[in-house]
Design a protein around this ligand. Structure first.
Ligand SMILES: N[C@@H](CCC(=O)N[C@@H](CS)C(=O)NCC(=O)O)C(=O)O
Length: 218
């Protein structure tokens, strides 16, 4: 099984299935397709079905789209609790994951994942306030229900979907409640996340479109 990913400092979508594979101890190879450099987009288009990463390759099967990759892994490895076992919690976890996949675009656009950077105070709260309030409501409610440290107690696919948000909150020091701070700290303490972060911090490539100065026209 092989996962095609983007630069670890920037590729928030790649981080999600990578964390699921690592955390649940599923053997896989990874191959990086750069999001920068000469003809990077053309190379990406040639190597993937939709010109985007992540992509999972399992024999003849080539799957694009983060949610589909995670669902495939859950089907392929039913013994691993990639989603919560309880049907009620599984539905809640899938709803949270789907909302992350389809929503939070203000936060995603204004504050791209850039794990090595520190840009406190650069995000305008008027721009991302609605998304942060929704995060407080959604994640706060699930954490209250589970008692933490993760959304459903143990780490699951829903947490993988929100892991890049932890990076965004820390890079831009966006204020959140203590409950969410503890949750994002728990993600940073997860072994698989630490491995990704350590690789990300060694990278030196610049993806201009994900740099705050470029986004804010400075
Ligand atoms: N809907 C896709 C989004 C994937 C995505 O946007 N990936 C980024 C990297 S994090 C990418 O490939 N960007 C290249 C581009 O859009 O040209 C998914 O869920 O996997």
């Amino acid at each position: 099984m092989k996962l095609l990913i983007g630069n670890k400092n920037y590729s928030s979508w790649s981080l999600r299935p990578w964390l699921v594979l690592k955390h649940f101890d599923i053997a896989f190879e990874e191959e990086m397709l750069l999001l920068n450099g000469e003809n990077w987009k053309q190379k990406m288009i040639e190597a993937t079905p939709n010109g985007c990463v992540p992509v999972l390759v399992d024999g003849d099967l080539v799957i694009a789209e983060t949610i589909a990759i995670i669902e495939y892994l859950a089907d392929r490895f039913p013994g691993k609790a990639i989603w919560p076992v309880d049907i009620f919690k599984r539905a809640q976890a899938r709803a949270a994951a789907a909302e992350m996949h389809a929503g939070f675009s203000a936060l995603r656009n204004a504050a791209p994942m850039n794990l090595r950077a520190s840009h406190p105070g650069r995000i305008c709260m008027d721009e991302v306030g609605v998304d942060i309030a929704r995060l407080e409501d959604l994640l706060g409610g699930l954490l209250k229900q589970s008692g933490g440290p993760f959304l459903f107690g143990e780490f699951c696919a829903a947490d993988a979907m929100f892991a890049p948000v932890a990076g965004r909150i820390k890079t831009y020091e966006i204020p959140v409640s203590e409950r969410l701070e503890d949750y994002f700290d728990a993600i940073y303490e997860l072994g698989a996340f630490k491995q990704w972060l350590s690789d990300a911090l060694k990278e030196t490539w610049i993806v201009e479109m994900d740099e705050i100065d470029f986004i804010q026209g400075k």
